[in-house]
Design a protein. Sequence first.
Lengths: 392, 275
Amino acid sequence: MKKILRLGLPFFAVLLLLAACKQADFEYYYYEPEDYALLSQYLNLPAKPDNYLTKLPKHLEARGLFARAVDQDKAILGRVLFYDKNLSKDGKINCASCHRQEIAFSDDKPVSRGVFDRVGTRNSIALGSVLNFAAYYGTDLFGPSGIPFFWDNRAGTASEQNLATMANPVEMDMKHDDIVNAVRSQPYYAPLFRMAYGDETVTAQRVSEAIANFVNALGSFRSKFDREAERVIGTDTWNSREYMDFSGFTAAENRGKRIYLDNCASCHSPVQGRPMKMYANNGLDATTTDQGVGGITKKNSEMGMFKVPLLRNIALTAPYMHDGRFATLEEVIDHYSTGIQAHPNLSTELRVGNQPRRFNFSPQQKSDLIAFLHTLTDEELLADKRFSDPFK
Amino acid sequence: MSHAPKIALMIVSMMALLASCTSSRFYTPNTINLPAMSQKGEGAVSGATFFGSNTGWEAQASYSPAPGVGLMANYFSLSYTGNLDIFSGGFPFPPAPAVSFDGRMRFGEAGAGFYRHAGKNQEYLLSLFGTAGWGHARNRYVEPDVPLKEVEWSFWRYGLQPGVRLQHKQMRFGVAFRLSCVQYTNGRIDARIPRVELDRIELLETQSPMLFGEVLWTIGYHFRPVTLSLNTTGVALGSKSLNELNLASNHISLMATLNLHELKEEKAATRKKKK
């Protein structure tokens, strides 16, 4: 037997070495070769499709937040549409003009500028402020039962939202027919529509659905906060672990987390899942000209109220508030600390009796809170190629 | 040999344990060839068929060109069908569309090794073989109202297999272990297959070469010059990625083995009788 082992084992070792030397080399194909050649003239799309399926960390799934399925082919088409400047009246604006990936799909201007440099009225909402677009807003499937879109919550679905944005004269100024014609005129859309819909028919509904599939895959859930929350909070839904210090946090970040949980989480969500309130007045002004949600619903009790955003990537998405009035996080915290105004619809969390609440944060508390807010930055989203500009 | 019934019981129990007959779309082991040579010049050929959702056949041959030295050649052809589990976690609504698959795998190998008898009555046959083989697999995915999608790949498998056979009267028992190294080489993948399946194939590609253990349990009855045996071969040990790929497959084969040496002896005896 010794002889057998002496001869057999080296023989097998040599074979193993031979095997280990060669890497597997699989060839993936997705588009027809002629389609891919055409697409490659205009676009940097991988031969192997990007994966737009998302699995959220367990501290979010345990709270019933799931990244619902998106259609991969429609998301790929949606990515191209999202970055296509042909979908604007002057050919200079695309969705990404006001939703820039490097700043978590937000805009750094107080209010966004649209076609022909027309000035909008509100600050562009950061698409990267949510854990996952579909998990946060709900999907077209669930319709208006999800969280509505825009600062004034006037759109029920992502499709409705993006069609409204494209049609808005101070944004992209494209009527449905304009959109269809613009898409039809670009040769790279034929194969993408075939992949997504089985034929090349272009309709405004298909365009908006594809964009909705793309943005529904967007989200931020890989921040330092999420890594720690998944480890420490995990599947605990009794909120008993939220106050536990995160060992991966600095002392300032942990102090900031406590300040956040005590003072901010009752509106903005303890784990940055879904906001506790869909909309509120946060006392920016005692009297308001932009009536937000009330401007749509015409209810006095909703005048001056706006969407309560999540704070993911908040450190990147200045300026802040619906009108972009605050340039820094310090200014935002100063507002809550001493600047809340007595609006008639002021949120109950921000008032003491009939008076605006004064949080009176100390300089140390402000600094700690800002340190915590920086832990909500998801660097991976900023560099995620699946969401980047595909145009050459 | 009073312990023979116990051995038989143990082998049958192990076979029952592995009798789920699961095939993997990525790799399914062939029946480990555990030769029963006793001297130079002896050889055998075997044919087997499968049970369950797998269909196919395999052929095996062994020959001893020198005392204590053996050669073997095996061929394995497998077809399988099933339904794909494409739920990847997350919210289970809307339900994922049903995707079924069918596939086939072909594998051929050759091996060389050593054998020796042991035991008071030389009833044990110990063997150690090294094998190398090449295989090809092709899977097709069927979704309603969508064109068929196909993936295929080739692989090498290197194996080292120690085994032991026990002969008791007409009964034949055996157990063998094969340390297998599977090296996927080239493949052609239609990336329009469901994403979850594509992820598995990417894992297969990145994890290659993969090392794992396979076990054979065999029980048979010998009536000269043929042995009829029931064999179970299954992937038994491996890394975590094997579980993710559901490579822990096994199958049961019913095999008929013709001992060429005995056949020759039988023919000679018949001729002698006739004379």
